[in-house]
Design a protein around this ligand. Structure first.
Ligand SMILES: Nc1ncnc2c1ncn2[C@@H]1O[C@H](COP(=O)(O)OP(=O)(O)O)[C@@H](O)[C@H]1O
Ligand SMILES: Cc1ncc(COP(=O)(O)O)c(CN)c1O
Length: 298
């Protein structure tokens, strides 16, 4: 039996200070009306762009134990499963097992996989993670939200233009993914960030002005918002991209402007650009669409 209200199991990182992983996803999902059960793959003091990273990684036996507790109490009925930052191939294989288990309880479970591995040509998890995503986890995903770098390494293809992007998207559909969403690409040059989403039938691109700094936690926020709006709009891909991107733009711009008040010039340190989620609760709840998605004709 499946619960009627949306209920998510989210397996991602936890940071004591700041907003990545579950810290970036849970609050927006709750604000949008979702019950969120969260398992933390790591507990770090901060995300990994800070100078000092302290904390620990959840062991496989501990993950098993938590899932066992949910099963024994018969509270492992979910409408959605969301995964992000995982550090070890073993834990990722466990995630593949968990999906099958959850699907045996709810065959209609929607699995949203953010294959967090790296960005801008650099891995920030061990290299051995990639083949496990490619061969075992991605084929189980209903929705996949890689960035450009992650989409490239999962398919072994390079994205130099929109034609390449469509080939990469098709290669990911061929692995069994119903909805492929590339959260960010550099196809818009140095002024625009471009997101692309495809459900196999229609494909949309959405372009947003590039804010002149790197944010962390935005990919996790993107996956959570996409999940929420895809559910709320009855899988309307265009509207989901517009709601997701409009929310993100508001939050990154507000975060940037506030950081620049404190530091008008030069590189902004990580602690000054933690995403301003709580301050933008109203925007998360009811985002005004400021950016439109355009259909890409194949
Ligand atoms: N520098 C930026 N300027 C404008 N938007 C950004 C910027 N960084 C992130 N975003 C927003 O966050 C979303 C997720 O992008 P990104 O953080 O690059 O994903 P990932 O973490 O998966 O690499 C983008 O679609 C965009 O809306
Ligand atoms: C602990 C942790 N969790 C998650 C992420 C992913 O962040 P993003 O949403 O920017 O991809 C990072 C980024 N390095 C991280 O350090």
């Amino acid at each position: 039996m499946c619960t009627c209200n949306p209920r998510i199991l989210s397996i991602q990182s936890h940071v004591v200070h700041g907003y990545v992983g579950n810290k970036s996803a849970t609050f927006p999902l709750q604000v949008l009306g979702f019950e969120v059960d969260s398992i933390n793959t790591v507990q770090f003091s901060t995300h990994t762009a800070y100078k000092h990273i302290k904390g620990n990684v959840l062991k496989n036996e501990e993950l098993d134990e938590l899932i066992e507790g949910l099963t024994l109490n018969d509270v492992d009925h979910y409408t959605h499963f969301l995964t992000g930052y995982s550090r070890s191939p073993d834990s990722l294989m466990k995630i593949a097992e968990i999906i099958q288990k959850l699907r045996s309880k709810n065959p209609n479970l929607i699995y949203v996989c953010d294959p967090v591995m790296g960005d801008n040509g650099k891995m920030y998890v061990p290299d051995e993670i990639m083949p496990v995503y490619r061969d075992q986890v991605v084929p189980l995903a209903d929705v996949l939200t890689p960035n450009q770098f992650e989409a490239e390494i999962l398919t072994g293809l390079k994205m130099n233009n929109f034609e390449d992007a469509l080939k990469i998207i098709d290669a990911l559909h061929d692995k069994g993914v119903k909805t492929v969403v590339i959260s960010s690409t550099d196809l818009g040059g140095d002024k625009l960030m471009v997101g692309i989403a495809s459900n196999g039938g229609s494909c949309y691109k959405i372009q947003v002005p590039l804010v002149d700094t790197n944010f962390t936690g935005t990919g996790d926020l993107f996956a959570a918002l996409f999940l929420a709006w895809f559910h709320k709009t009855g899988s309307d891909l265009k509207l989901t991209m517009e709601k997701t991107m409009s929310t993100l733009q508001h939050i990154v711009q507000d975060t940037y402007v506030k950081a620049r008040v404190v530091q008008p010039e030069g590189k902004i340190p990580p602690k000054m650009k933690e995403l301003r989620l709580i301050q933008n609760k109203g925007v998360i709840e009811d985002p005004q669409i400021t950016i439109m998605a355009e259909e890409i004709k194949k």
